[in-house]
Design a protein around this ligand. Structure first.
Ligand SMILES: [Zn+2]
Length: 225
């Protein structure tokens, strides 16, 4: 029985794959996870840690939001590849572990930035929540999916500057006080552009009793509005 399993494994290793980014062919045995991006393209993810320090919070992000990063995130968010959560979680864990300013031992509640309910419903899963769950498992720290939610319709942030985004997001979040009161929170997000979303979420959390200073960690930073 194990022999046929081994045979299948060997055969599978020679299955041709086509890269979803550059369209080049390669063999499954050369693939890393996620297997639908060729190893050469995956090498184009650029680790470039960044930190924004504000009065009441710090925002850390780890990778350039380049064309490859954008493609990977779109595959994860819009093509149903929810299994990519573990790949993104590994990137984020590596960023957190390389940064001495972030200690999950100091922050005792992990909270993913929520998506508007309608968008999450269309997607079928909470894409930042799945990453937060893996981070929680890795660092043995609790996480909550119900601490914060989006309560009003927010128009798309693309094209808006920082103050326009803050205005757009004003009072957008509803927070469950009993979950966050007295807790030190670390927020998780996918892409940070101006930092307005995590800033407004942190403001709402602190208004509900979370401790200063809130920390936020994001996979990517984009300078494009
Ligand atoms: Zn490729």
């Amino acid at each position: 029985m194990w022999l046929s399993g081994l045979f299948t494994e060997v055969l599978n290793a020679f299955v041709p794959c086509r890269c979803h980014f550059c369209a080049r062919s390669y063999l499954a045995r050369q693939a890393k996870e996620p297997w639908f991006i060729c190893p050469d393209c995956l090498g184009n993810l650029r680790y470039a840690p960044d930190k924004i320090e504000l009065k009441t919070m710090s925002i850390f992000s780890f990778y350039d939001y380049n064309r490859l990063a954008s493609r990977l995130l779109r595959l994860y968010k819009y093509s149903g590849h929810y299994q990519m959560a573990s790949f993104f979680a590994r990137l984020l864990i590596s960023g957190i572990e390389q940064n001495k300013d972030i200690s999950l031992a100091d922050q005792n509640l992990i909270i993913p930035i929520p998506s508007p309910p309608k968008r999450q419903q269309q997607r079928g899963y909470n894409h930042v929540g799945l990453i937060a769950r893996e981070i929680s498992r890795h660092f043995h720290a609790p996480y909550s999916l119900s601490a914060i939610s989006v309560k009003k319709t927010v128009r798309q942030q693309a094209g808006l500057n920082y103050s326009q985004r803050l205005q757009n997001l004003s009072c957008a979040f509803a927070v469950n006080n009993s979950i966050v009161s007295g807790r030190r929170v670390i927020l998780i997000d996918d892409v940070v552009t101006t930092g307005a979303t995590v800033t407004e979420a942190a403001r709402a959390l602190m208004a509900a009793g979370a401790q200063e200073e809130v920390k936020a960690v994001a996979l990517f930073h984009s300078r494009q509005l």
